[in-house]
Write a protein that binds this ligand. Structure first.
Ligand code: PLP
Length: 394
């Protein structure tokens, strides 16, 4: 999986169709930059969805090498996979928060995962597994302070807290965390931010009165970590920022926040050819060559995570020059109009990277596809091999 290579982010090896180069040294330096912003809070490395497309295990290992002791995933299966890969309870607390009926609660208890509980049904299933396994649970109670997604509504909070407190008194679990999640932390000044902080304070105060003594209170994601120091509490949960992508592109670039993009996506030109004027390009002929021109074939498509919405919009860089996707992005390939230029077949096509060579960024692709950069990096498909370099853990 990991090949040591420090020669750079964009040197495609011979015979490689395309690759996502993952700069673990950048990840490490991003973690250091984020920790500098949160001197009094711990940092959780969020590696859900295969590390936002960067690879959950290598990124988790690099985070551990950088001194991080909390890892976050969405599903329990993602967390269990990290334990199975050898990240033990003495190395990292792993919190997972997206539970569905059936768990797997018992496996989570045996693997010493930290378990988020948002409602009574989940607490009931968890306690049944505690009795079955004899392993007490480590629980983070999640409050819905206004996101309106997962988490316990204020009206149900007292009952959930009281039930958890009773189970704690019975030795069945320990409430180690109280937490919540923002709706609009990426929109500075949005009124929901203060409202959620107020609701979180109320939820914490009730838990305290009920006798809970959590080790960590946490609500901040990447945008809150960068923009809302008052929200950091004891722990911040950073995903996107850790991967060097700006969660608030209207406010600042990665560099503005001291972050370096971790993923660079490139491919090799598969064909360069002349097309006459008036020639349709790709499915539906949504692009017609305005005159005699040259086109290049890029062997990446929506099966690789290139958004079909980037048709006739996505930017690439070839031999130092930017070009735009011409016509539809297909499943496996797309075309760029080279405007008469004739780069060599096999030339490297840089879709996005850290910008050091003047290439487009994931944020540029997000704009071209009318989406967010989270989606761009996370959806890079399994067919694109990842090449890791710069790891500090060898
Ligand atoms: C994904 C996620 C995060 C990380 O969000 P970023 O904006 O990528 O930092 C934090 N908390 C929860 C609950 C999440 O689902």
């Amino acid at each position: 999986m990991t090949t040591a290579n420090t020669t750079g982010t964009t040197m495609l090896a011979e015979g490689v169709r395309a690759e996502a180069a993952i700069d673990l040294a950048a990840l490490n330096s991003n973690l250091a930059a984020l920790r500098e912003r949160t001197p009094s809070a711990d940092l959780m490395a969020v590696v859900k969805a295969d590390g936002y497309g960067h690879g959950a295990l290598p990124c988790a290992l690099e985070a551990l090498a950088a001194g991080v002791r909390w890892i976050g995933t969405a599903t329990p299966d993602e967390a269990l996979a990290l334990r199975a890969a050898g990240i033990g309870p003495e190395q990292a607390r792993i919190l997972c928060w997206l539970w569905t009926p059936g768990g797997p609660w018992a496996r989570a208890l045996r693997d010493r995962l930290d378990i988020s509980i948002s409602g009574q049904w989940a607490l009931d299933e968890l306690l049944a597994a505690v009795r079955e396994t004899g392993v007490p649970a480590r629980v983070h109670l999640k409050a819905d302070t206004g996101l309106g997604r997962n988490g316990c509504q204020p009206r149900d909070w007292p009952d959930l807290v009281d039930a958890a407190r009773r189970a704690e008194a019975a030795g069945e679990l320990r409430v180690v965390g109280i937490w919540s999640h923002f709706a609009c932390a990426d929109e500075p000044g949005h009124p929901s931010i203060q409202a959620q902080l107020d609701a979180f304070a109320v939820a914490l105060a009730y838990a305290e009165r009920a006798g809970l003594r959590p080790e960590v209170r946490h609500i901040a994601n990447s945008p809150a970590t960068l923009l809302l120091p008052g929200s950091h509490y004891d722990l911040v949960r950073t995903g996107l920022a850790m991967y060097g992508v700006s969660p608030v592109p209207e406010v600042g670039t990665p560099a503005d926040f001291g972050l370096r993009p971790v993923m660079s996506l490139s491919a090799r030109l598969a064909l360069v050819k002349q097309l006459p004027g008036g020639h349709g390009v790709s499915y539906g002929h949504k692009y017609i060559t305005p005159g005699e021109t040259t086109v290049g074939l890029v062997p990446l498509g929506y099966a690789d995570g290139i958004p079909r919405h980037a048709s006739s919009a996505g930017p690439v860089q070839i031999a130092g020059k930017w070009y735009t996707v011409a016509g539809r992005v297909a499943m496996d390939q797309f075309v760029v109009d080279l405007g008469g230029d004739t780069p060599a077949v096999g030339e490297e096509v840089l879709l996005f990277g850290n910008g050091e060579r003047g290439e487009p960024t994931a944020e540029d692709w997000a704009r071209a596809s009318d989406t967010i950069a989270y989606e761009i990096v996370t959806r890079i498909g399994a067919r694109v091999p990842r090449r890791y370099f710069g790891a500090s853990h060898g």
